[in-house]
Design a protein around this ligand. Structure first.
Ligand code: ADP
Ligand code: ZN
Ligand code: ZN
Length: 824
């Protein structure tokens, strides 16, 4: 008897063993998807992790129902990687599988209805609508809920179906089907009979008598010149070309099909546009500095697996990537190019598409399931050798990677926060590098402290580019003293006179402006001028954000919406007004100061749809917009020619965020945003940072563009206070609607952890900054583990067991506990 251990896409800690029916025996391979029964009446798509002969000890193995893949969809390397991830990030391998596999590759079951065979029609009374549904069911044999609602022309059919089930007229069953649906194209070709010269000539003659059919025949020959080359008929032509042409008669086409002159057939086509591959291929002409950097990278790769490319904003890192990617692809290996966010892919993808054409795939969450499956399969089948994608593309089934590039490696969006696995795509790239023996290029103008530390230690190669490409100079960054301007009464709302003047000048010269407002979340909110009351979310410990456009208050954690109060609920004062400054408010103010200027916002609210980024970026590129106002989304990698001024609001808030990485983050954010200025011109771009504290030393590091000085201070503090890179952190969070219970369980867990790890290594529990989300109270425990002389695996195993233990205690069963390894 043969058995398989499978990974189920659900959060259970172990693999499950199933038996293998004899007829499936020869087909099975590791990584293949199978359908297995699980629980009552449930089936799941699982992935084979192991094939063996040992029956399970504690249960009888059920047989596998079906094998979905002859060629496994998941590679053996991926199975290993998923298990590694589960171990490292302290989660279930099923949770990893669940995010790794595009949902199009998971089976769905669809509820269908059918008439019962034994209905006593004479004794049953049906309503009009029920009768109507039964009529269509008699015609169709079975129907899905959606089909039923379509047949009845009503949206909600559940109550009708429920009633019919109660009357014992219909039954419901589950149909299992693959979610992924290939895109089908209908095509037309001449039947084989006419693929000889004599017969076709005879047909030509015959059709002279039927002008409408002749038109179609001629239209076909125009598309498919078979007289020139008979083999062309094999592929025929897209049926749509003939049916969409309004000068052609559809019924004539039907006649030709009926008379077997033409035949119809179907082909599977790609969902992605065809791009003329390699037409514009040109090796990028690298500047001397770029060339030197590229050579240094390759030299380092001879002895090191990982290189940090530390190049200032606008130094032309992308051209260096292109050079390297071409070299790797020519050698026959695959390349993965990771970007932190979709916002960024738009511009870069356009640039890369011209060079790499169809061998390049793009992978991110704004694609549909079906599209993602096609990229997955393209990589698996070797049609796509190069993928540009966001963090989830580390899960693609590469088996021969030569290079992974992690652009803007310092970006926090590489880390997945929820749900598990809470992985970091950059760190996973390093692991994949080891598994596939491939090289890793980490790149940034502002590397993370952790990465720079590794480069300083000589673990990574370090290649530095200090100048911008071409004529472009680094922007001139200055601080604007808000305190001073406030004293002199020069402030207009949130705008300093200095900034307004600079904006005026730029607009006069027909140059573009970017205004940066850190995160949309904190503002604007409402507050009562008399009693200071602030409307808060009833479910979460955050103030509600005021949205002017929709005239509503919204919670950015749970989505709760309510109308803004007209009077203060606490003191009944009518002086309840908006405070703070969001992107929306900024845009509104600008309209007052510069009524002629064309403005555009780019934030979470304006970029919900698939093409929104692209549209905003394009209209800014085409200079249909003068002022772009945005959150951190605009700070990353965007490259515009005509931006001469960048204005930054509320830099102080970035600095005072209670987090040990606050200064690092602030430096990165401010430098990256500044980097959008003056990227093409020989005249310097200008950056104005508005602050209440012009003495702040970190801001001066930004002004001087002195990354290394910032790093020197940061690394000293990290060493002193035992933070990464000198330690590893694990954060455990308890969550429960009862605050007392949440705290109690956290205390209990912390005690258990301390008993073995010691007090110095276990901090907390402590309520986080936002201590209540969706009505649940949170408490954090932070564990610090030194990097040397300790067995991380053993420590993690111990922590995992303590968490499991707590969850078996009756009192704490309902508490949710999540574990975040290397939290950000
Ligand atoms: P970075 O990513 O380092 O901030 P980019 O790669 O976006 O910089 O390059 C900045 C600008 O300089 C881009 O507009 C790019 O097209 C241009 N550029 C860089 N290198 C070259 C090159 N070798 N040839 C032509 N244009 C270049
Ligand atoms: Zn009040
Ligand atoms: Zn809320």
């Amino acid at each position: 008897m043969q058995f398989v251990d499978v990974i189920l896409p659900i959060p259970i800690p172990q693999l499950f063993t199933y038996s293998l029916p004899n007829d499936l025996y020869t087909q099975i391979q590791i990584g293949a998807r199978v359908i297995v029964p699980f629980g009552k009446r449930k089936v799941l798509t699982a992935v084979i992790a192991k094939i063996h002969q040992n029956p399970p000890q504690h249960y009888t193995a059920k047989p596998i129902l079906e094998v979905l893949d002859i060629i496994p969809s998941v590679t053996q390397i991926q199975v290993t990687l998923m298990q590694w991830m589960a171990d490292y990030y302290m989660c279930c391998v099923g949770e990893v599988l669940n995010v790794a596999l595009p949902s199009g590759l998971k089976i769905s079951s669809l509820s269908k209805i059918q008439i019962r065979p034994d209905v006593m029609w004479s004794v049953i009374k049906l309503t009009e609508q029920e009768q109507k549904l039964i009529q269509s069911l008699k015609k169709n044999e079975d129907m899905s809920y959606d089909e039923a609602s379509e047949a009845l022309g009503v949206e909600n059919v559940y109550h009708i179906i429920k009633s019919l089930i109660a009357k014992e007229v219909i039954l419901v069953f589950e149909e299992i089907r693959e979610k992924y649906q290939p895109k089908i194209q209908k095509r037309i070709r001449l039947t084989s009979e006419y693929i000889t010269e004599t017969n076709l000539k005879a047909l030509t003659k015959k059709l002279e008598k039927y002008p409408k059919q002749q038109d179609i025949y001629l239209a076909y020959l125009k598309q498919v010149p078979v007289f020139r080359d008979w083999t062309l008929n094999e592929e025929g032509c897209n049926k749509e070309i003939l049916t969409k042409d309004i000068t052609l008669s559809n019924s004539a086409l039907q006649t030709l099909l009926k008379n077997a002159v033409f035949e119809e057939f179907e082909v599977i086509i790609s969902r992605f546009e065809e791009y003329d591959a390699n037409k514009e291929i040109r090796p990028p002409v690298l500047s001397l500095a770029q060339k030197k950097a590229s050579e240094e990278i390759l030299d380092f790769f001879a002895t090191k697996d990982t290189v940090l490319l530390h190049g200032v904003t606008g130094s032309g890192k992308t051209e260096i990537y292109i050079d390297l990617i071409q070299k790797v692809l020519v050698s026959g290996a695959q390349v993965l190019f990771l970007l932190p966010e979709i916002a960024l892919t738009t511009q870069i993808v356009l640039r890369l598409r011209k060079i790499f054409g169809n061998q390049m795939g793009v992978y991110h969450s704004k694609f549909s399931d079906n599209e993602r499956v096609e990229i997955w399969q393209g990589v698996r089948q070797g049609k796509i050798n190069f993928v540009v994608g966001v963090r989830s593309s580390i899960f693609l089934p590469f088996d021969n990677l030569g290079l992974i590039i992690v652009d803007e490696e310092h970006e926090t969006s590489y880390k997945q926060h929820d749900p598990a696995p809470r992985y970091h795509a950059r760190d996973m790239a390093l692991v994949i590098g080891k598994l596939q023996n491939c090289k890793i290029l980490l790149a940034s103008a502002t590397p993370s402290v952790e990465t720079f530390y590794q480069a300083q230690q000589g673990k990574y190669g370090w290649v530095s580019l200090k100048e911008r490409y071409g004529e472009a100079l680094m922007p001139e960054i200055s601080l604007v003293d808000l305190t001073q301007e406030r004293k002199q009464k020069h402030l207009k709302g949130h705008f300093s006179q200095t900034l307004l003047d600079a904006m005026q000048t730029a607009l006069q010269k027909n140059e573009q402006i970017i205004l940066f407002q850190n995160r949309r979340g904190y503002s604007p909110y409402m507050a009562c001028k008399d009693c200071n009351y602030i409307p808060k979310c009833s479910n979460c410990a955050v103030s509600l954000t005021y949205h002017m456009g929709e005239y509503e208050l919204r919670c950015h954690y749970c989505g709760h919406i309510e109308p803004p109060p007209k009077k203060c609920p606490a003191c009944q004062s009518v002086k309840i007004e908006t405070v703070g400054l969001g992107t929306e408010k900024l845009e509104d103010d600008i309209k007052l100061f510069f009524p002629q200027a064309r403005t555009q916002r780019m934030d979470l609210d304006t970029t919900r749809t698939k093409n929104a980024y692209q549209q905003i970026i394009q209209s800014f590129e085409n200079h249909e917009v003068d002022i772009l106002i945005g959150t951190q989304m605009i700070s990353k990698g965007l490259d515009f020619d005509k931006v001469s001024l960048v204005g930054i609001f509320d830099a102080d808030r970035l600095l005072h965020f209670p987090d040990f990485r606050a200064h690092e983050r602030a430096y990165q954010m401010l430098t990256q945003v500044s980097g959008r200025a003056g990227r093409k011109k020989d005249s310097k771009g200008k950056v104005l940072i508005q602050t209440n504290d012009v003495e702040q030393s970190l801001l001066h590091k930004v002004v001087l563009n002195d990354y290394e000085a910032m790093y020197a201070i940061e690394i000293e503090e990290r060493a002193y206070f035992y933070y990464p890179p000198f330690t590893r952190l694990i954060k455990i969070t308890t969550k429960h609607i009862n605050r007392g219970l949440s705290l109690e369980s956290a205390n209990f867990l912390a005690q258990k952890l301390m008993s073995k790890l010691g007090k110095a290594r276990v901090l907390g529990p402590e309520a986080p900054l936002i201590h209540k989300i969706r009505n649940k109270f949170l408490f954090n425990i932070l564990i610090k583990i030194e990097r040397e002389n300790i067995d991380l695996k053993t420590v993690k195993k111990f922590i995992y067991e303590q968490v499991e233990d707590i969850l078996t205690e009756k009192a704490y069963k309902q508490v949710q506990i999540s574990v975040d390894v290397d939290p950000l």
